[in-house]
Design a protein around this ligand. Structure first.
Ligand SMILES: Cc1cc2nc3c(=O)[nH]c(=O)nc-3n(C[C@H](O)[C@H](O)[C@H](O)COP(=O)(O)OP(=O)(O)OC[C@H]3O[C@@H](n4cnc5c(N)ncnc54)[C@H](O)[C@@H]3O)c2cc1C
Length: 477
């Protein structure tokens, strides 16, 4: 008999959270801490969603999305998770750029960027200050007519090199383009510029283990290997969810699954207003990624001056669509030195990440797909050679992931790395107006994606849910 992963689960919960990405985990933890009965259902055999890792023989552990996040994570983790988690957040010292326009190393904060822009790029101090002040003052309620491209043109007309410095890391961090609303750039860029780029000491495995410990202490009923097949609606209200064939009653669902999958696959468009459905259909998915995971031979080390995060490109010009091309010219290398996991083996890992289109990786025969992955590994080793001489001999293990891999493990439509484009946020926020008790807390809208964005979105949605449950309880007294 197959194992029953829902054995012992109750028939009713105040809240069911679908998906254990950082947004889902955070919402589940806060609601349980408030005293709500919470069931967390994850279809994969591991918690974390995109915030995940995998192991290979010889003590090699690879992180998928632990490359860098803003300082704001410290406050969010201290408040909504634990001091232990907050205490493991440390700064990445060396962020490097290497492309035909410029090569430089930066601590990636406002002071250092100001210095670079004025001295190396020759921009007037006043212009730089104005740009930072404008970006810093942007918020979600601002006019969304101006695009990021127009913002750059206003402050740095004709300066493709400056645009590259300012935009390349953000495009990599959330897939945004020059055509997206300027606020999506301004908010994320300013978050990083406040104090630099941070990482989690101990790796993603430690983070997720700490989060699991905290959720257990707060009473979340955590269930892995539980695929939610359906959310049932009755009279425009949440009635139940069905996972692994079992129906569980609830008044409230927080879906951390892909926004479009939640609306069209788990619920069905017949439960929403026609106007809402057409708006939801217009929501574009964000791009996906490819990655190459490389482990250095035991006892081999990379010089620390190589940097922690290296934005490398051979493209003469910076164009966001070039970053998605199968013909890869831009790669972001993350170097994980042995102190990434201080108590583990003395191993160095390198992960190369590139934004990618799902369409470029589907519809192939198995042979073609495998050959394309092998080619991705080979071309990445070639590119790494510049920063790690004799890379081929020094790397003992290398393998690749594609948009199809991300789709497989997280069920994100088309393997979208950062959920949906900006218009997804309004649709996500409008769900409770369509169906009482239905919420979504997961990557969407660029500013609500990435580790910090999704954790903060989990907090916002947990507060919405708490308010709704509180109102329901007081109105029925
Ligand atoms: C290659 C790559 C690199 C990245 N690098 C960075 C980085 O350096 N810094 C950063 O801040 N962010 C980075 N990100 C983005 C970041 O990882 C994500 O934005 C964030 O982790 C997403 O969290 P989420 O809450 O939206 O949930 P997700 O991680 O998308 O998880 C959704 C969860 O829902 C589950 N699920 C889906 N459908 C069902 C169902 N029907 N039933 C049950 N469970 C279901 C999935 O299995 C999954 O666990 C990167 C992402 C990728 C792919």
């Amino acid at each position: 008999m197959p194992k029953d992963f829902l054995a012992g689960a109750k028939d009713h919960y105040d809240v069911v959270v679908i998906g254990s990405g950082l947004g889902g985990l955070t919402a589940a933890n806060i609601l349980a801490r408030e005293g709500r009965s919470v069931l967390l259902l994850e279809q994969h055999y591991k918690l974390g969603g995109m915030a995940t890792w995998f192991k290979r023989p010889g003590g090699n552990i690879f992180d998928i999305s632990l490359h860098g996040f803003p300082h704001g994570m410290l406050k969010s983790c201290r408040r909504y998770w634990s001091q232990e988690i907050a205490d493991s957040i440390i700064q990445l010292e060396g962020v490097r750029f290497d492309n035909p326009m410029f090569s430089l190393t930066t601590s990636f904060n406002r002071v250092d960027f100001t210095e670079l822009l004025t001295t190396k790029f020759g921009i007037a101090q006043q212009k730089v200050d104005e740009f930072f002040t404008t970006a810093r003052s942007m918020n979600f309620y601002d006019d969304q007519a101006m695009t990021t491209g127009e913002l750059f043109e206003k402050y740095f007309p004709g300066r493709e090199d400056v645009v590259r410095l300012l935009m390349e890391p953000i495009t990599y961090a959330n897939g945004s383009t020059l055509e997206d609303p300027a606020i999506t750039y301004g908010i994320v860029f300013s978050n990083f510029m406040s104090k630099g780029v941070y990482t989690f000491s101990g790796g993603t495995d430690k983070l997720v283990k700490c989060m699991e410990k905290e959720m257990i202490a707060n009473g979340v009923d955590i269930r892995i290997n539980c695929n939610v097949e359906k959310i049932t609606i009755a009279n425009s209200k949440i009635k139940s969810v069905t996972a692994n064939g079992r129906e569980i009653s609830t008044d409230c669902v927080v879906s951390n699954a892909n926004l479009r999958a939640t609306i069209f696959n788990l619920i069905g468009e017949e439960h929403f207003d026609a106007g809402f459905v057409s708006e939801a259909k217009e929501v574009r998915l964000n791009n996906s990624s490819t990655q190459v995971y490389m482990a250095l031979n035991e006892d081999d080390h990379v010089d620390r001056s190589t940097g922690d995060l290296l934005f490398s490109s051979t493209a003469g010009r910076f164009k966001t669509d070039l970053l998605l091309s199968r013909d890869i010219t831009s790669r972001t290398f993350s170097f994980y030195y042995p102190d990434t996991r201080p108590n583990k083996h003395d191993r160095t890992m390198i992960v190369s990440s590139t934004n990618a289109n799902y369409a470029d990786w589907t519809g192939m025969s198995k042979e073609d797909y495998d050959a394309s992955k092998a080619d991705l590994v080979e071309t990445t080793l070639d590119a790494l050679e510049k920063y790690l001489p004799n890379a081929r001999q020094r790397v003992e293990h290398a393998e690749a992931a594609t948009p199809v891999t991300f789709e497989h493990y997280t069920k994100h439509i088309e393997g979208a790395s950062f959920g949906t484009k900006f218009e997804g946020l309004a649709v996500s926020r409008a769900l409770p107006e369509q169906i009482t008790g239905l919420y979504h807390a997961g990557s969407c809208g660029i500013i609500m994606s990435g580790w910090l964005g999704t954790i903060n979105y989990g907090v916002i949605v947990a507060n919405d849910v708490e308010n709704m449950l509180h109102k329901q309880a007081t109105s029925s007294v």
